[in-house]
Write a protein that binds this ligand. Structure first.
Ligand SMILES: [Fe+2]
Length: 145
C-alpha cells in the first residue's frame, strides 16, 4: 500500500470508528433508559418474558372494566410519552392462558396509547392487558372482568 492509500484508508477507519462510537452512545443511552424505566424502585418483575411493576411504572396498562350482561367493556390506557423514537406501539388483551383476544395499534406521533374493547368473556375471568413499548418491551397488568 502506498503512503497516500494508507492515509486514505486511515481516514476511512476514523470515520467508521466515529460512526460506531456514536451508535454505541445511542445504544448506551437506550440501555440507560431501560434501567430508568425498570429499576428496583419500580419493583419490576419478569413473568413469562413480560414485565410488570407493583409501583405503577409508566409502561403499565391502566385498566377500567364495566360489565353489561355478558359483555365486558374494557378501557386500557398506558400513560407513556409518544414520539417517533420511543412510544407504545400497541396494547393487547390476552386470556390467562396467554391466548390473544384483541389488539389496538397506535401511530407513534398521531395517537395516544388508549383503546376500549367490548368482549364477551365470562364474569370473573382473569385477563392480561399488555402494553408494547418499542424500546422497553412488553408490560402487563393482570385484572379480573
Ligand atoms: Fe418505554
Amino acid at each position: 500500500m502506498s503512503a497516500i492509500n494508507r492515509r486514505e484508508a486511515l481516514k476511512k477507519v476514523a470515520v467508521v470508528g466515529t460512526a460506531a462510537a456514536a451508535a454505541g452512545a445511542v445504544a448506551a443511552k437506550a440501555q440507560a433508559d431501560v434501567y430508568n424505566f425498570a429499576n428496583e424502585e419500580d419493583q419490576v418483575e419478569v413473568v413469562g418474558g413480560w414485565l410488570t411493576s407493583k409501583k405503577g411504572n409508566k409502561h403499565m396498562p391502566i385498566v377500567k372494566v364495566e360489565r353489561e350482561g355478558d359483555i365486558a367493556t374494557i378501557a386500557v390506557e398506558v400513560k407513556h410519552p409518544q414520539g417517533a423514537m420511543h412510544h407504545i406501539e400497541a396494547v393487547h388483551l390476552y386470556d390467562e392462558d396467554r391466548l390473544l383476544i384483541a389488539s389496538a395499534y397506535f401511530h407513534p406521533e398521531r395517537s395516544k396509547p388508549k383503546a376500549t374493547f367490548a368482549l364477551r368473556v365470562p364474569q370473573g375471568a382473569k385477563l392480561l392487558a399488555v402494553g408494547d413499548c418499542n424500546l422497553h418491551g412488553l408490560w402487563f397488568t393482570e385484572f379480573v372482568v
